[in-house]
Design a binder for this molecule. Structure first.
Ligand code: G4P
Length: 532
């Protein structure tokens, strides 16, 4: 197959949602369509259970299992679909944000009763930073939920994105009869159905067709006609370019558990969503059609079993063709590397592959040469931009509890932060290590792993910072003056960028007022990062 046809064929995306909106259920239904799994429940069993929040070993064990479902690839209607899984647990939010750098679009699920929730908002902010195209699936229409127009208003208001309904529900909860597919002009009738993957679809070209009254009843028909008229008046007609630029989100309604609306979501997704797109690099934009291979590491998964210390680096291919046993540049290490057993994730069985194309994610066995954000290239060396670090929310100072093992501690914390378990900030004098995370769980993971894998003992002392703010300026003198004046609140990140550890929002405002020449950012990716 020609290179362009390989690119055209692929769709790489993530399903994101606030926990419990139905991500696992929808993922599983999509896999059933693709024939990637045979039975319902296969994905569900890998899900990090809510009850396990305080038991990180259990979570890690489950995370281990979930390597198999980190990328779920299958073919459907001639397309190769790569679904990148994102952990639902909020303590792993940073993992999710990084995974979003490796996809070309997302499907966002909203629970029709809960509407926009905290995690939905944060995920959407990350999508907006990169203008990622978003399709919204409003789930659980079989249950009593909120008014559809109200929900759409809330989406536009809170998520700050225009919406464009491509299907419209007929009733809700007990009165839910199905959806009218505005995109295909079809009526999909609802039947509670957890196993079958077909739907009753009736073509209704014109909603004024009296057949509609016969099928769903006069009252519901009149209501549907009225609502569709309103939809037409309020929302712009669907425009693919606007969707691809991340400015409008098409909306579908359905019920994942009942397999309702899932097929039409998938088929519309295949029709409108982008094929692999290029990425910005230190040498400019690299398009997937570029003949030289390039890719970046967005996730590293360590095996917690001390007998199997291998790690898997997940690499998203951006351009060219990846080939097994061919030498590529490991740009950061300025080293040539080849890979003899790269794996793919087709249909859940990890198998060694000989080649892979843009949009694909491959697993590379790693003995410690990779960091999140590393680039591999063929020909010219360059680095991909935009695997941002986000300001952590919890900060602790790492203390060495066994002075004989300080080398091991140093190496361990370095490797764990390279994997993206947490962020490390170094403060002077004394090389003090401040560890920042989004969840408490990571600290347990770090102490456990430092002890078990590196033989080092540590303790964590809370540091009450509000945010880590990356600083940029054209005025190096002012920056030097700031660092002198606030030295106890300044640290450096993994790439030696200066970071201001603000204790309160007020102290951050003071710093901004006193040093207008310095810009403060909540993410390390300054080009797209929001200014504070
Ligand atoms: P998540 O991955 O986003 O956290 O959500 P998940 O799919 O696990 O779904 C959360 C709960 O919502 C599950 O119920 C699931 O069965 C239910 N659910 C998903 N889609 C629908 C739907 O369309 N309609 C209705 N009524 N429920 C739906 P649970 O009780 O937490 O788990 P389970 O006992 O059903 O497995």
């Amino acid at each position: 197959m020609k290179h362009n046809a390989e690119i055209e064929k692929r769709k790489t995306f993530a399903i994101i949602s606030h926990p419990d909106a139905g991500k696992t259920t929808l993922t599983e239904k999509l896999l059933l369509f693709g024939g990637a799994i045979q039975t319902a429940g296969a994905v569900k069993n890998n899900k990090i259970k809510k009850t396990a929040t305080s038991d990180f070993m259990e979570i890690e064990k489950q995370r281990g299992i979930s390597v198999a479902t980190s990328v779920m690839a299958f073919e459907y209607l001639g397309k190769q679909i790569n679904i990148l899984d994102t952990p639902g647990h909020k303590d792993f939010a940073e993992d999710t944000y990084r995974t979003l750098t490796a996809v070309d679009s997302v499907i966002l699920i909203i629970d029709s009763a809960s509407g926009v929730e905290a995690q939905t908002k944060r995920l959407m902010e990350v999508c907006r930073m990169r203008n990622t195209p978003v399709i919204i699936f409003i789930n659980k229409m079989d249950r009593e939920g909120r008014d559809s127009f109200d929900l759409l208003d809330e989406l536009e208001e809170i998520l700050k994105i225009k919406v464009c309904p491509l299907s419209w529900p007929i009733g809700i909860g007990a009165t839910f009869q199905g959806v009218y597919n505005i995109f295909n002009k079809e009526l999909n009738l609802f039947a509670a159905n957890k196993t079958k993957i077909s739907e009753d679809v009736i073509s209704i070209e014109d909603v004024n067709d009296p057949a509609l009254d016969e099928i769903i009843g006069e009252g519901p028909s009149a209501e549907l006609r009225e609502e569709l008229e309103l939809v037409e008046g309020v929302y712009d007609a669907f425009d693919r370019e606007t969707y691809l630029s991340g400015k409008v989100a098409p909306v579908f309604f359905g019920s994942a558990i009942n397999n309702f609306g899932v097929k039409e979501l998938l088929e519309a997704f295949l029709e409108i969503s982008p094929s692999p797109i290029g990425r910005e690099t230190s040498e400019g934009f690299i398009a997937p059609e570029n003949k030289d291979f390039s890719g970046f590491v967005f996730k590293i998964h360590a095996n917690l079993d001390p007998k199997h210390r291998d790690r898997i680096a997940f690499l998203r291919i951006v351009s060219g063709k990846f080939e097994r046993n061919k030498f590529y540049n490991h740009v950061r290490l300025e080293k040539k590397m080849k890979f003899s057993n790269p794996t793919s994730f087709m249909a859940q069985d990890k198998s060694i592959i000989d080649e892979a194309f843009p949009g694909d994610v491959i697993g590379l066995y790693d003995t410690g040469s990779f960091k999140i954000g590393d680039s591999l290239t063929e020909g010219a060396p360059f680095s991909f931009k935009g695997i941002p670090s986000f300001s952590p929310e919890i900060f602790m100072e790492l203390e060495n509890k066994d002075p004989m093992k300080s080398k091991q501690l140093e190496k361990g914390i370095q490797q764990l932060t390279d994997e993206g378990v947490a962020q490390l900030f170094i403060q002077q004098p004394g090389n003090r290590k401040i560890v920042g995370t989004v969840g408490q769980l990571q600290f347990e993971v770090i102490s456990y792993r430092l002890e078990n894998e590196y033989g080092a003992k540590c303790a964590f002392v809370p540091r009450r910072y509000y945010k880590a703010c990356w600083m940029t300026t054209d005025n190096q003198e002012k920056l030097a003056a700031f660092i002198r004046a606030k030295s106890i609140y300044v640290a450096t990140d993994k790439d030696d960028n200066y970071v201001f550890l603000a204790e309160t929002p007020f102290l951050l405002q003071m710093a901004q007022a006193d040093y207008p020449e310095i810009d403060f950012h909540f993410t390390s990716d300054f080009k797209v990062g929001q200014e504070v």
